[in-house]
Design a protein around this ligand. Structure first.
Ligand code: 13P
Length: 346
């Protein structure tokens, strides 16, 4: 009960675009939210610049953040004062972040929502999703927002959509709260109850986007790319069948599925870096520094996790496209063999 305070955790491109969207939305829904949004930016020099100029000059300089978005460097401040916690950091840092904020979780029963895209393996060797990590480590309910959301396009207010998983299933008040938090006339959200599939789509499409970038780098045209893309979608569905048998096929046709697959395979960073991987001898880490100003990709790590999970289940043979992408990323397979992998995918 009462007005909610919102904290956005993560000062990358997507964190900044979301802080901008939420800053404007809380100002419109004053009966639901406190007007100030706490925006946690880890790097203090960047935080100071954002505070002074309202611009995230490193990752998303095209927009100026509204004045009610307050960049803060104290994670415990951001967390202890928030009723809604938005997790929007590269998934590989999520466990460290949860560990760091464990003691700051307030007694106001906060609700979390994960905007990160990636997969993990737990200590028993099983698949673990971002929302499950947050829930396990912090004991709070966690929802998901995932869609075709290239940060700069959302920031420029080009029409976009996303799929939202309510942290409190079937709680209409909570649904309304999250709709008001994210939706505006140029950003439509649709609710979906099939949370694990929404989250797996967001992670797996990054592998497909790498495959499409490799096809681009190899110099092939649209037919080959379409073959890679459809093969990738089939492997995504098969993967979800294995790890979440209660999935609903219709989830793949939501924005979090086919929408995000298309946006990422044509316009994402994973696509861009994997094209460059073919054309240079540099490692992915070097290309991230060179092409993305140090932003971290999610695809290569996700491809590695998927490879390990499939290996554990002795299913690599049924996923030749996913397997090949991992092996091309770690340079144990010749990229030219990608075509054979696509051909042999069931
Ligand atoms: P990239 O990380 O490949 O840029 O993907 C962005 C994205 O998730 C768009 O929805």
């Amino acid at each position: 009960k009462g007005r909610k305070s919102v904290g956005v955790l993560g000062g990358g491109a997507w964190g900044t675009a979301i802080a901008d969207l939420i800053g404007r939305n809380v100002a419109k829904h004053k009966h639901l939210f406190h007007e100030e949004v706490l925006f946690y930016v880890r790097d203090e020099s960047l935080r100071l610049i954002i505070e002074k100029t309202r611009q995230n000059i490193r990752y998303l300089s095209a927009i100026k953040l509204p004045l009610n978005v307050r960049p803060v460097s104290s994670l415990s401040d951001a967390v202890s004062k928030s009723d809604v916690l938005i997790f929007v950091i590269p998934h590989q840092y999520l466990q460290d972040l949860c560990y760091a904020i464990n003691d700051s979780i307030s007694t106001r029963n906060p609700i979390g929502i994960s905007l990160s895209k990636g997969l993990h393996i737990d200590s028993a060797g099983n698949l673990e999703l971002n929302s499950q990590i947050i829930h396990r480590m912090l004991g709070i309910p966690v929802g998901v927002l995932s869609g075709a959301n290239i940060a700069i396009e959302v920031a420029q207010r080009q029409y976009s959509e996303a799929t939202l998983v309510n942290p409190l299933t079937n709680d209409k008040n909570c649904e309304e709260l999250f709709r008001c938090l994210f939706e505006c006339n140029l950003f439509r959200v649709s609710f979906c109850n099939d949370g694990p599939t929404v989250e797996m789509c967001g992670a797996l499409k990054n592998i497909v986007a790498i495959g499409c970038g490799l096809v681009d780098g190899l110099g092939y045209g649209m037919n080959t790319k379409a073959a890679a893309l459809s093969c990738g979608v089939r492997e995504m569905i098969r993967f979800v069948e294995v790890f979440h048998p209660k999935y609903e096929l219709s989830t793949f046709f939501q924005n979090c599925g086919i929408g995000d697959i298309i946006a990422s395979s044509f316009g994402g960073r994973n696509r861009k870096v994997s094209e460059a991987l073919i054309k240079s001898s540099k490692s992915i880490e070097m290309l991230e520094k060179q092409l993305l100003r140090g932003q971290k990709l999610q695809g290569p790590q996700t491809a590695h996790v998927v490879y390990q999970l499939l290996q554990n289940k002795q299913l690599l043979n049924e996923f030749p496209f996913f397997s090949a992408i991992h092996r091309i990323c770690n340079r144990t397979m010749d990229p030219k063999d990608l075509i054979q992998a696509i051909k042999s995918s069931p």
